[in-house]
Design a binder for this molecule. Sequence first.
Ligand SMILES: Cc1ncc(COP(=O)(O)O)c(C=O)c1O
Ligand SMILES: N[C@@H](CCCC[NH3+])C(=O)O
Length: 435
Amino acid sequence: MQLADSVEVNEQGHLLIGGVDAVKLAEKYGTPLIAYDVRKIKKQIRGFKQAFEDAGVKYMVSYASKAFSALAMYQLINKYGLGCDIVSGGELYAALKGGMPPERIEFHGNNKLQDELEMAVDEKIGTIVVDNFREIKLLDHILRRKHANIGVVLRVTPGIEAETHQYIMTGQSNSKFGFDIRSGQAEEALQQLMKNPRMNLMGIHCHIGSQIFAVNGFLMAAEKLVEVLADWKKRFGYEADVLNLGGGFGIRYNDFDQPLPAEEFVSAIVERVKELVAKYELKMPEIIIEPGRAMVGEAATTLYTIGSRKDVDGVCHFLAVDGGMGDNIRPALYDAHYEAYLADRPNALREQMVTVVGKYCESGDVLVHDCALPNTKPGDILAMPSTGAYGYTMASNYNRNPRPAVVFCEDGKSRLVVRRETYADMMACELGLED
Ligand SMILES: Cc1ncc(COP(=O)(O)O)c(C=O)c1O
Ligand SMILES: N[C@@H](CCCC[NH3+])C(=O)O
């Protein structure tokens, strides 16, 4: 196994995260610990923005905050003028607490609750990405009652099957999200929205899936959506101001993953949209993208302490750490493949092959299958890179294990941004049986 180019070490040979010695981080904050290199997040933010700036088109980079929705993250993206995509009242609450301007927030979801929609309307957020007919009715009812208006974008499923795990494909016709184009649902929704004086229909949206490496899927989606817009202009006189192509840009989890730089994805998309718009004689819409994983995924490394092991010759070699499926469900859920190395000697010779498992009461609690490592001893710190997206946000308290702490590291300094949960935190909602 080759270490990613971005793995940095200090003069002692210890892994550095944002210029901070990972062994020291583990000592200071304990483990499991999710440590972000903030420069890597900033690099991605700049990368996604730069290609749009260079092309001179109107755009918004709307961070899909489900990937990592910490207060610190909303505060960081706000500084860079990004928008954000939220999918629940909880994410909306956190985004607002993080200072996100409401007009730069877009609300997604296939079953937005009445309370959540009311909150979005009360907070005057920029966009509701309308997903289904019930939502149109519900939102209309709320807007009438509140004498309010709101911007909406129509989410469509373009009938594209992205090359990724089936659980994270969303562009195909049988997806639970959005209005289907082929069956005429999208067109019916368009007509309902065009007639509605309380909803300002800004444009259309699609999201083809997640962890996608080829730019082709995005180009096909752009083609499909612009064709649809050309048809809607001809037949209904509708012209979109916004074309939102969603997120899904892939990242490197292991040697087999070869992601494109953010700039390449964006410039290919912008170029194609420009060509299509010229071909169909449409006005150039604002292009919105919603990267989540690509913004934060490679920026974090999770540090664990190695504990027990079980070896049965010729059968299994399990090496257990102090976290597991509670802080990273992705291997169990998607069969995601990660790498791991030792924080105090990431470049040491790898003499053994082990299965890295967690401490949860599940046989499926595996973090890394077939992991080549140097010989280890209890107390060694295991570093698992590329854990910045959908790790903390999908974390659970299974077996009443507390969620880990999160630190931001930059220029040799670390800062605790999410403290480790305590046993008392986990009991905070419990009322028990006593009066
Ligand atoms: C509508 C929408 N936008 C953006 C994203 C972000 O995807 P990713 O984190 O793969 O960029 C998702 C999640 O898949 C999504 O459902
Ligand atoms: N949570 C998923 C991706 C789904 C994103 C939301 N549509 C992952 O970890 O890969």
